[in-house]
Design a protein around this ligand. Structure first.
Ligand SMILES: [Zn+2]
Length: 298
């Protein structure tokens, strides 16, 4: 069932936090529809790549909302498979973008073929302060399992994810242990954690994609009081800009730039995430070329 948004329209692009009343466990739910289609619609991805993209997008929302920091969370896989590079970003305002680079010929349905020998990098790029990156192999070709493994080696408290995508919708569920507050007995804490994870693991992909957050939690945890918080909207948005494209041009070889300008009269930069095109004329580039428009000599 769609969750009504402020405008009365179905609001399927959401993240929702939840909390167990009687256990030190919190969770995140994410559901993507329009944002997912906006992102995949810009590219001609085969169904297997679209599904993969959906899982990555859902995961980035879950992680971004769980880690709670101001800035960007980036998930990036480099692989020897049909998709050499897949990258998604989610910022603290839940603005998402993503790209599967070099995936034009990627027709496999199987994640293993798409991301053979993949290495998954998780980067936190805060608005202020140092960025942080952790890397794990893309184990068993499952993004959810790889992220589980990542948290197992980096966090004291358990964290587990479940992801699903079908080309139309993407969804995910995350459970995370909290420091002892409600329950002090370590054995009981562990039992509660296993109980919550075991039930979440019974979720079918279809249920994760089709059930609305409240239904899903009722279906899983009907005996455990769970508090569900208000949904936060998620949307597709790109952080590219004319200024950033110009800065990227400034880092290129200036003689080459001058040659290009001479040949083409102007230089265009395409954003690979959103297909936005930025066009720069000689006047725009003159300051960085440090010239008055004269041709460079070779
Ligand atoms: Zn863009």
């Amino acid at each position: 069932m769609p969750v009504p948004g402020d405008d009365g329209q179905a609001q399927q692009d959401i993240a929702r936090r939840f909390l167990f009343d009687q256990a030190d466990i919190r969770g995140q739910y994410a559901s993507l529809e329009r944002a997912y289609r906006d992102i995949t619609g810009l590219h001609q991805y085969a169904p297997g790549v679209s599904r993969l993209m959906g899982e990555f997008l859902a995961a980035s929302v879950l992680l971004s909302t769980t880690l709670k920091f101001e800035g960007k969370l980036i998930l990036q896989v480099r692989s020897e498979g049909q998709v050499p590079l897949l990258m998604v970003e989610c910022d603290h305002e839940l603005q998402l973008r993503g790209i599967a680079r070099g995936a034009q010929q990627a027709t496999a349905e199987d994640n293993g073929q798409l991301l053979t020998n993949g290495q998954l990098a998780i980067t936190l790029d805060p608005l202020r302060g140092q960025s942080y990156q952790g890397i794990v192999p893309l184990a068993s070709h499952s993004l959810a399992h790889s992220l589980d493994a990542y948290f197992e080696q980096s966090e004291q408290l358990g964290t587990r994810l479940w992801l699903a995508a079908d080309g139309e919708r993407a969804a995910g569920l995350l459970l995370q242990q909290l420091p002892s507050q409600v329950e002090r007995d370590p054995q009981q804490r562990e039992r509660q954690w296993q109980h919550a994870c075991t039930l979440a693991a019974t979720l079918q992909q279809r249920e994760l994609l089709e059930l609305e957050a409240a239904q899903l939690l009722r279906r899983l945890y009907h005996e455990d009081p769970v508090r569900l918080f208000d949904p936060a909207p998620v949307r597709f948005g790109c952080s590219c800009s004319r200024e950033r494209s110009l800065a990227a041009l400034a880092s290129l070889d200036q003689a080459e730039l001058a040659d290009l300008l001479e040949e083409q009269g102007s230089i265009t930069m395409d954003c690979e995430f959103c297909n936005q095109q930025y066009r720069f004329e000689r006047d725009d580039l003159a300051p960085m070329l440090g010239d008055n428009g004269s041709k460079t000599l070779h």
